[in-house]
Design a binder for this molecule. Structure first.
Ligand code: CA
Length: 224
């Protein structure tokens, strides 16, 4: 899952970036509203985290413009403001949630998970299951049958994306957009390499879930 953070306080931005990357999310950062707007329109994020007070365009304005373009990506607004009127203003401009600074990182994570449970991320579970595969999104543990499998952060993120789209063909572009960040080189074979790592770890027998290669298109996780 890929997150855009628009935050002008560099310390705060890098704290969030580091923390979210540790939690397997792919993260892009913009330090002002205009850059944030450009990123939000150019890439397909799963959640936007917008600081309210930003140079060039506020987080609330950005959110308002974003919604006017018909974008439904969940938006979380961060702010030092905590009056009820401010909250209402933010929510009226299309924000889905609101977090007042200072906040605990655990609370931010819980709110991001809640936002990811909303459509279009249909599943409202914190444990994803596909045949013999099981992924606990909170404990960050994964199993193939009874056997726990140890996955790197990227492998976990990739498997989560495939499991959220189980049975569907997902393109390499979609995988790159949701599992990697702006620094990803689309010409590299990184995705194929990670798919092979995952295949080895989850194992493949006819009765179990497996990752199929769909020639010229991408991959599909099947759950027999
Ligand atoms: Ca700010």
């Amino acid at each position: 899952m890929r997150i855009l953070i628009v935050e002008d306080e560099k310390k705060m931005a890098s704290f969030l970036e580091r923390g979210l990357k540790e939690e397997h999310y792919a993260v892009d950062i913009a330090y002002d509203g205009e850059k944030g707007w450009k990123y939000a329109m150019a890439n397909d994020y799963d959640v936007l985290i917008l600081d309210w007070m930003l140079p060039k365009m506020s987080g609330v304005e950005l959110c308002h413009k974003f919604r006017k373009e018909g974008k439904i990506t969940p938006v979380l607004i961060l702010t030092a403001k905590d009056s009820v009127e401010d909250k209402i203003k933010g929510l009226d401009q299309g924000a889905d949630d609101y977090l007042t600074k200072p906040f605990s990182f655990e609370e931010l994570l819980a709110r991001i998970r809640a936002l990811l449970r909303r459509p279009p991320h249909v599943t409202n579970k914190t444990v994803l299951q596909c045949a013999n595969l099981k992924l606990d999104l909170i404990k960050r543990q994964s199993w193939a049958g009874e056997q726990e499998i140890l996955l790197s952060q990227k492998e976990f993120a990739l498997l989560e994306f495939l499991m959220r789209h189980a049975g569907e063909v997902v393109s390499r572009t979609a995988i790159a957009e949701h599992v990697w960040d702006l620094h990803f080189d689309p010409m590299s074979n990184t995705i194929d390499v990670y798919i092979n790592f995952l295949r080895k770890k989850i194992g493949e027998t006819p009765s179990q879930s497996k990752i199929e290669t769909i020639r010229g298109t991408g991959y599909r996780l099947t759950c027999p």
